[in-house]
Ligand binder design. Structure first.
Ligand SMILES: *Cc1c(COP(=O)(O)O)cnc(C)c1O
Length: 346
């Protein structure tokens, strides 16, 4: 195991941080019935009470659904929070750097910029594949985090599992694998690699397969040592009560998600097949997600044409390796048909 001791990776001020202790932290037992400890209003139930700062009931359900112990789970206000926190935990502004693949999800770079951290980008190959050696070569003694995303956005493909593991095992810092689209993938989640890889953080979200982007709930899975630092740095009540309740509703019936995924995968292959027949279609890249990336004849003008018809896709043309590419999310059967018939008339 070549991982540096956690104490060497975490910023000094964070390692020694005494976290804010809320009323709900200090008393969390069940037996009491008079709560006069948090300056809450006794009226307007159930919205008058602060939510559980550690979202214990949600994590209990997640433990069952994901097979990850609650102590290895962090919940945040979307993945956004779980992406931002590691910068604040591990990276010294103006000194440390992170390495990410390119093209990939834009938030890693934006959060790096906000936190004044250099984000080094390592281009994927022509098949949007990862080469561990290239990523590891971009690291130096100030590299704290490597960002991987599999299935990747905006390309849609899964990264090669062996190459991901090579990165994790060959790096002494933290490797974060964003699995926002894993429920749509053939590949298995890396969740079961957590016990043997203490430098691994896995991100998942309720926003995609779970159909719950509105509630803003992101997850990080990692060692309990890393999770406890996440919990120390986060806002005390970072996941609100309504979100926790709705998440529990969803998690009690995980088979609903399987139905969404099945429908979307069926629609994905139907849409891709039909897309191949369109005169505007030049290439469709392999996808393991609920969207696909297509190289078309003229991305900007097709994008504008679709906007005129009230159909919005994502123009990814200006991104490296994605010239003339549109990223198309799989919708309902009706929506997908509307897209296809519009494009047939282009
Ligand atoms: C959509 C997406 C997310 C989800 O972000 P939330 O803040 O949880 O909605 C995370 N990572 C990637 C790569 C995504 O495409």
């Amino acid at each position: 195991m070549i991982m540096k001791p956690l104490e060497k990776l975490v910023r000094k001020n964070i390692w020694s941080l005494a976290p804010y202790s809320s009323a709900r932290d200090e008393y969390s037992g069940k037996e009491a019935h008079v709560f006069l400890d948090a300056n809450e209003n006794p009226y307007n139930a159930p919205y008058n009470r602060y939510p559980d700062p550690l979202q214990r009931e949600v994590k209990q359900l997640l433990e069952r659904v994901k097979g990850v112990p609650a102590e290895n789970i962090f919940l945040g206000n979307g993945s956004d929070e779980a992406i931002d926190l590691p910068y604040r935990i591990f990276c010294e502004p103006g000194r440390d750097n992170v390495v990410s693949i390119a093209p990939t999800y834009g938030m890693y770079q934006v959060c790096a910029d906000i936190n004044d951290i250099e984000c080094r980008q390592v281009l994927l190959d022509d098949h949007f594949q990862l080469h561990a050696d290239a990523v590891l070569k971009a690291c130096d003694e100030h590299t704290k985090i490597i960002w991987l995303c599999s299935p990747n956005n905006p390309t849609g493909n899964s990264l090669d599992r062996d190459e991901i593991l090579k990165v994790i095992e060959g790096f002494e810092g933290i490797v974060i694998v964003d699995e926002a689209y894993i429920d749509f993938a053939h590949q298995q989640s890396l969740r079961q690699e957590l016990p043997s890889h203490p430098n691994l953080i896995i991100l998942q979200t309720m926003s995609k397969a779970w159909g719950s982007a509105a509630i803003r709930l992101g997850m990080a899975f990692a060692s309990k040592e890393i999770i406890s630092i996440y919990n120390k740095v986060k806002y005390p009540y970072n996941v609100n009560q309504l979100t926790q309740q709705q998440a529990m509703e969803m998690l009690k019936d995980p088979f609903e998600v399987d139905k969404y995924v099945k429908m979307l995968l069926q629609e994905r292959s139907r849409l891709i097949q039909a897309f191949h027949e369109l005169p505007i279609c030049e290439q469709i890249y392999p996808t393991d997600a609920n969207f696909f990336l297509a190289r078309v004849t003229d991305a900007q003008s097709i994008y504008n044409y679709l906007v005129d018809k009230g159909i919005i896709v994502r123009n990814r043309s200006r991104i490296q390796l994605c010239q003339n590419c549109l990223r198309i999310t799989i919708g309902t059967r009706t929506e997908n048909n509307e897209l296809l018939s519009a494009l047939r008339q282009y």
